[in-house]
Every structure is written in C-alpha cells, then in structure tokens.
Unconditional design. Sequence first.
Length: 592
Amino acid sequence: MSMTTKELKRKYLEFFKSKKHAIIHSAPLIPEHDPTVLFTTAGMHPLVPFLMGQPHPLGKRLADVQKCIRTHDIDEVGDETHTTFFEMLGNWSLGDYFKKEAISWSFEFLTSKKWLGLDLNRLAFTCFAGDKDAPKDEEAASIWLSLGVPKERIAFLPKKDNWWGPAGETGPCGPDTEMFYWKPNDVPAPKKFEQSDKRWVEIWNNVFIQYNKNKEGKYELLKQKNVDTGLGVERVAMALQGKTNIFEIEVFAPIIEKIGEISGVKQNNENSRSFRIIADHMKAATFILGDERGVVPSNVDQGYILRRYIRRSLRHLRLLGMDLTNANSTIEISKVVIVIYDDYPLLAEKKDFIFEELRKEEDKFLKTLDKGLKEFKKIIEKGKIISAKDAFLLYQSYGFPIEMIEELAGEVEGKVDVAGFNKEYSCHQELSRKGAEQKFKGGLSEASEATTKLHTATHILGEALRKVLGDNDIKQKGSNITSERLRYDFNFDRKLTSEEVKAVEKEVNKVIMQKLDVKREEMSLSEALDSGAQSEFGTKYPSKVSVYSIGEYSKEICMGPHVKNTSELGKFKILKEESSAAGVRRIKAILE
Ligand code: SER
C-alpha cells in the first residue's frame, strides 16, 4: 500500500528530529489543567503555558503526534473529509525559529521525494490579508514564492480564515499560513486557487503566534515569537493513498467494513452518511473511554459528549435497519478500532473497561430507543415544530440527547424548540448540561491565571496532607483543575475527620502567608527522584524534567505553570472531602 498513517507519523517525527526537535508524548484527550475546552482540540492546547513564555524542560523545539477531538465539526461528519476524532502532527518553536524555517520545512516535508513527495502542482497556500490589528503577511507569501510556488497558488485571506487563536477572548494568537491539497485524481488542479472550491482540502496550518489578545481586545506583542503547526494525519494520508474519501484510508476502511458486516447492509450513496457517522463516533468513543483520564457516559461535560457519540451511533445502526437486540454492536466496532490503533497501547490495556461501559450504555439506550422512535413519529405527525415539552419527554423518558432530536426532526424538515427545551431542562436539573465545546467564558489567558494559582495550591495541599495525616506514602492519584476549583485525589484508606480537614486547611493557609518563593529547576529524571521530589502515581516522565519547589516546603516533578510567590494565592478553602474509589480520597477546594 502507499504510505500508511503510521509511516506518515514516523516520517514526520524523524524529519523534525533531524531539524533538532525534541519529540514529546501525546497529551490526554481530556485536559488536566485547562478549563477552556472539554477535549484537547489541537497539539498546541497542552502547550499554552510554554507559548506564553514558560520554559519547556525539553527545549525550544518540540514535535509530536496528538490525539484530538473537535466536536464543533460534528454536523459536518458524513461528508468525505470531516471527522471529529483525528490525529494531528505538530512542530513548535518556543521563541526559537520563525516564519522562514517553519515554511521551508513544511515545503520540504510535503514535496521532497525523500519525505512525502506530494506533487507541487496539487498544492496551494493561503496567507493573512492584514487588517487593523496586524499587517498583511507579505513575508510568508514571499517565502513560499522563493521556494518555487506559483503566484496564482498563493491567496491572501482575512482574519476569519488565516488567523489562529481566541475568537472574542483572550490568549496567544497570530496570523497563519495554510496548505491545501487538490483532491480529485481525475481532474487536474486549476492554475489559480479559489477558496470557494471545496475540492481544495486544507492539510496543514502554520501559525505564527506573536500576539496575546488582552481583555480590552488589543493585540499586544508576546515576549517571544512562536510557531505552532498542525498537520491533519488522516487528510494527508488520503492524499498519499490516492483516495478522495477519508473513510477509505486504512484507519477507517476496516471500521466501515465491520459496520457493513454486522448490519448486513452494503454501503451506497443513500446510506454512506450513517456509515461515516458511526465510524467516526465509535472511534471517538473508544478513545475517550480509553484515555489516560477516561470518563464514563453521563449527562455532563465529556460524559455527555461520550453518551451522544454512543447513542447517535446506535440510532444510525438502527437507521441502517440493523436488529440491535443482543448485538453488542458498539463493542464489535470498538474492537476493530483498538486493533487499528495498536500504537496507543492504553486502548488494549483498558479494553475490558471500554467494552463494559459500551455494553452498559447500549443496554440502557436500547431499552427505550424503539419506543422513543415511535413516540417521535407520533409527535412529528402532530406538527413540524417539536415543542419544548415534547422534546423534554423524548429526552427524559427515552434518553434522546437534544441534538439527536434535532437531527431526527431535521431529517423530515421539522424543527425543535431548543431554547424552550433548555429552560425546561434547567428547571429539572441542578447541573447544567454543557453540550458546547467551549466551557469557560473568559479566555485562555484569564483561565490560565486562575488555574495557575490553583495548581500551586495543589502542591501545597499534597504536602499539607502528608504532614497533617502523618503519612509520607500519600501520593497524588489524579488532579483536575477548572478556573473555579481544584480537585485532588490521593491514596488514603479512610474518611478524614472534620478536625483533620480543618487542620489541612489551616496548614495550607499558613504556607500561603509565609510568602514563599516558587522556584523551577531542570534536571534529569533520576536526579529529581533522588532529590526526593514528589511524582504523580503512574505517570510516564521524560528523561529530563522540571522540578518545582515552594520554599523548603514542597518539591515536585511537574510541567507547571506556577505562581512566583505563594502570597499571590489568597485564602484556601476545602469544600468537600469524599471517597473517589477504593482507597482513594478526593478533595475539592477553592481560593477566595
Ligand atoms: N493550532 C493550529 C490548528 O489547530 C495549528 O496547530 O490548526
């Protein structure tokens, strides 16, 4: 076969290694310290603190393969190029090289016979057209020209197309230059690039992050100029494998085949949308359940998206005419996903958990799916607008996610009173349903200020627990920080008394009041462990690490970021102490 995705990933990392980049691990799909998104949506996401100026222990040039989920593309899934789960290849310069190197390397990797050898005749490039915030990117365009790209194949587009970074919020951002591939094999690429021609598929993006958008909406220059690139593995593989449909490449074809096999239906023009939706969603569901920070189906946050993926897949299998009774169809599909992605060994390690959760969710939904579909038919026959009350009935009694009700209605040109549904919903629930990917209203840099403080507080908390409970074996078993609160899991086999909780709180506040400096050092992993620095249970660390010390009080291996002095933290308050799993306690706390 022409080049597989595995080969592509290997070549990319080898190429950037030859350009002196350190290779870093894919971060989990579920971010630990970032409340702005439910899932990691790009390789740059886990790197935001380093793009803002914090030094990275592995240096100024990084590259990786990152698993990503972008749910805002969910309605596009079903065509030939969109998926919500994908792998992204990325290379970064943290205040090191800039446009010239980034663009020349992208060009070399894509076109050189030694690397991908894509035909320059099928490539086009776009650059930022300029506006009141930043100038036209003549520099990027002239670099493409100097490499032999014809002028007609370079287009200048406005901010909405050629700018990457926070929309209407705060955070690092800058102009980008995007690379497009001419998809058809039977029609030669036109001389001139036209943005409206969707046969040009975006395959790679180089972002030149040099601004921070502040609270006043001004673009201020960052301390350092960075490069952030993202190459879509599946789309480039499509080009390399001579396909015009992403679902035909080797990381999708066996899944599509399996869906055909278990449903007993052949893929055709009418039903291919369902095949593609099921394939994408079951891949995403398998990766969410099999993530380092795996979650289970629920009605909030990532758990809700996971539930939607599984239930929508079941609905589309039903639409294909499949008899779902006792079929365990989602497990059958997930098995294929795990085999394809053997370069993510955690999936195979967690397969019992993945299958068990799929089985439970499938059982739950299948009890009501057919009855719910009948009810839906009755409702839609009454009129094309589904009332809030009817939508809520479908949600509550039959477990139909609101997005599924909208999809069902859309298929018969009906509509749903979603605003009314949301009102009805919030009257019935304490927790809010967060269907949207964007979770936090403030921007990245505001959120990162709040989470940085809470992050430093978790280090003090860990040490305070060891001191107050007199148990040096207490270790962090997981942590999750939003801009509002911290959540800290640790091994301990009983409930804390209320006196102990108070004492821990007091101890943390005492350390905060001591105004201790927070210091960062770089060392080898063995030096760090020998020095007595704390490490998180079960985490794989690189050979070179950062160690953060808070005065003489605490010392931990950690990527950061942290505040400079504990006096920045404010008052620490424990909201809750509860059990999280057998032998694991959980503390939720805030800074006031
Ligand atoms: N952040 C940019 C993107 O996601 C490049 O990685 O397209």
